[in-house]
Design a protein around this ligand. Structure first.
Ligand code: NCD
Length: 319
């Protein structure tokens, strides 16, 4: 596929590299398909990807994204070729280019789900694959579209809407690809306000601040936890992305600058809000929060991740 095509309600065999390809109607279509699959019996689901083989090509560590794509494909009756850490175990060690790896796996499979440590690698892979779709499972500090889609779906299921929401995005907004995709997703809806809370050196990239300055999504940077408005619908916490730091001393200084604690939730939260995180967490959420019914990072977000990926694969590859 040479072009990064807009989805515009037609998913068939399309690459999914960026949330920029989506319009509101396409997101709604994905959510409707996901709900339909949620209601289906496990045995009926098994027909949806029967005979399809998907390569999971993960150049970077992953538990949830890899696991949930793998589960989604198998629960729809499809099969996977699992390729984790190809930089250690495949021809990439010998110096094979990403493009060549993609062109080879294109001969074996019906789609490629790829995670890569370089921003822009998903687009390169999509350009290299001439006949089958490539789904971006995270490209460096670029984007993570399927995470944003599952986060959006979860908010929609829990709160009944995405329009008009107010939320906090906290943590590493510079390197965190999940928030880069999530902001793009919110921009497809109306009247969303996002409060951005990050260490000074991990603020949202200037380019995204500029791009969304006059858009549907209002971005408001706040300096401290004390500036979180009490009436937010959700808090979306994220991990400081250690692997993107050149100087680990810099990482050490900021890694737990913002910690989600029961005390903070009590002080700045409200009883209906949702506490979210894409995971993994490494100290930025106090474990005492796990038993709070408002926390959904270890249950609903994870579960919906599998179903949204089923929905997406069904629309791209299904009958
Ligand atoms: C995220 C990622 O890989 O970007 N994890 C995930 O896919 N759920 C977030 C992170 O690693 O911090």
């Amino acid at each position: 596929m040479n072009e990064l095509l807009p989805i515009k309600n037609i998913f068939n065999n399309k690459d999914v590299v960026s949330i920029d390809q989506f319009d509101r109607a396409s997101v709604e279509k994905l959510f409707t398909t996901t709900r339909r699959i949620l209601k289906m019996s496990p045995s009926r689901r098994l027909n949806l990807l029967k005979g399809k083989l998907v390569t999971l090509l993960f150049f970077e560590p992953s538990s949830r994204t890899f696991g949930s794509f793998s589960a989604a494909i198998k629960r729809l009756g499809g099969l996977t070729i699992d390729y984790q850490n190809p930089t250690e175990t495949s021809s990439a060690v010998k110096g094979e280019t990403l493009e060549d790896t993609i062109k080879v796996f294109e001969n074996y499979s019906d789609a490629i789900v790829m995670r890569h440590y370089e921003m822009g690698a998903a687009k390169r892979a999509a350009d290299a694959a001439l006949f089958i779709p490539v789904i971006n499972a995270g490209d460096g500090s670029g984007e993570h579209p399927t995470q944003a889609l599952l986060d959006g779906f979860t908010l929609r299921q829990e709160l009944g809407k995405l329009d008009g929401l107010k939320g906090v995005l906290a943590g590493d907004l510079l390197y965190g690809r999940t928030v880069h995709s999530l902001i793009r997703l919110f921009n497809l809806f109306n009247n969303v306000t996002l409060y951005l809370l990050s260490p000074k050196n991990l603020r949202l990239p200037e380019e995204l601040m500029k791009r969304f300055a006059k858009s549907n999504v209002k971005l408001v940077e706040i300096p401290t936890e004390k500036d979180i408005p009490r009436d937010c619908d959700f808090w979306y916490w994220t991990r400081v992305q250690k692997e993107r730091f050149k100087d680990l001393k810099e990482y050490e200084k900021v890694k737990t600058r913002f910690i989600l604690t029961p005390e903070l939730v009590k002080e700045r939260g409200n009883k209906n809000m949702l506490l979210m995180h894409p995971l993994p967490r490494v100290g930025e959420i106090d474990e005492r929060i796990d038993s709070d019914p408002r926390s959904i990072y270890l249950n609903k977000q994870v579960k919906n991740g599998m179903y949204v990926r089923m929905g997406l694969l069904q629309l791209i590859l299904g009958k």
